[in-house]
Ligand binder design. Structure first.
Ligand code: PDD
Length: 282
């Protein structure tokens, strides 16, 4: 496997990251996960634009342009012969003697490499169980930051409960999952948390909102309570790797009939259609 390391393609063993890298010590950096289908990036522009936004929000100046990065990532998947899978990329503020504050002029450390991603086909058909957990993260969840400690803790709780995801609640309001956005269907209207500082505005989420509009499916970006979540007709979660995943059980309680809902299946179909449309033009 070749890794894109500060603009060069090198073996993993050649990626020397310092013990005082600020990503390693402080989680001082940002990242993206991008899906590749049929040898083609899906929504690459959108992911790279979000990376630049995340970096800008933490005042990290990236030493390349969006276009340069896109070109290098395209080369990375060719070199590694990635057909179906993903790319993980992260950039940290750089290396400096350990102090919370930093001086200008640090050299950001960039890495990108292929991630194996298996399309969770079976779970997409049958639906998954999830748990709920308190959302104890910081208040800038709109930044895709490397600080994932609480996400990790809540996801581990889900894993130990044999659940696919933990849906997070802040003050009784559903924000998002630890690695996904949450959608609730009630009386044929689709609800999802507004894109504020309390959630990551998922690239999948944004694409779905476009598809809802195109298909004339009514939706509202509106806060939903835990009660509304548990009494929903349908629930689904979305992410780059899970795509559109039906949620059929929450905290041991069935949602609707306990099977993937009708509208959820329509949304899945529309999303798969869009993926094909975007990634079959090689
Ligand atoms: N997770 N919310 C959070 C907290 C996330 O970490 C993610 C993505 C999403 C969905 O965003 P998108 O549709 O752009 O993937 C929402 C990635 C996949 C991860 O950390 O592995």
């Amino acid at each position: 496997m070749k890794v894109l390391f500060n603009g060069r393609f090198v073996e993993r063993s050649e990626c020397k990251v310092d013990i005082e890298d600020r990503g390693y010590q402080f989680g001082d950096g940002v990242y993206e996960v991008i899906r590749v289908y049929n040898g083609t990036f899906y929504l690459l522009h959108e992911h790279i634009a979000r990376l630049f936004r995340s970096a800008s929000e933490i005042e990290l100046v990236l030493p390349f342009s969006e276009a340069e990065l896109r070109d290098q990532l395209k080369e990375l998947i060719i070199i590694n012969k990635v057909d179906d899978g993903g790319i993980y990329l992260q950039v940290t503020r750089g290396t400096a003697p350990r102090k919370h504050q930093y001086k200008p002029g640090l050299k950001p450390q960039f890495i990108a490499y292929p991630l194996p991603v298996e399309k969770p086909v079976f779970q997409q058909q049958t639906g998954v169980s999830v748990i709920t957990a308190e959302d104890l993260r910081w208040l800038r969840c709109d930044i895709k930051s490397l600080n994932l400690l609480y996400n990790v803790m809540a996801k581990q709780k889900a894993y130990e409960a044999s659940a696919f995801e933990a849906i997070l609640l802040r003050g009784g309001v559903v924000t998002e999952g630890t690695t996904s956005n949450v959608f609730v269907v009630k009386h044929q209207i689709i609800y999802t948390h507004p894109a504020t500082n309390l959630i990551l505005n998922g690239i999948t989420r944004r694409k779905l909102l476009e598809l809802f509009q195109k298909n004339g499916w009514p939706y509202q970006e509106k806060k939903i309570t835990k009660d509304q979540l548990l009494t929903a007709d349908e629930v689904f979660i979305t992410s780059t790797t899970a795509e559109v995943m039906p949620v059929t059980v929450i905290d041991g309680q069935n949602i609707g009939a306990g099977t993937p809902g009708r509208l959820t299946k329509e949304v899945q179909k529309a999303f798969q259609h869009h993926i094909l449309l975007e990634t079959s033009k090689k």
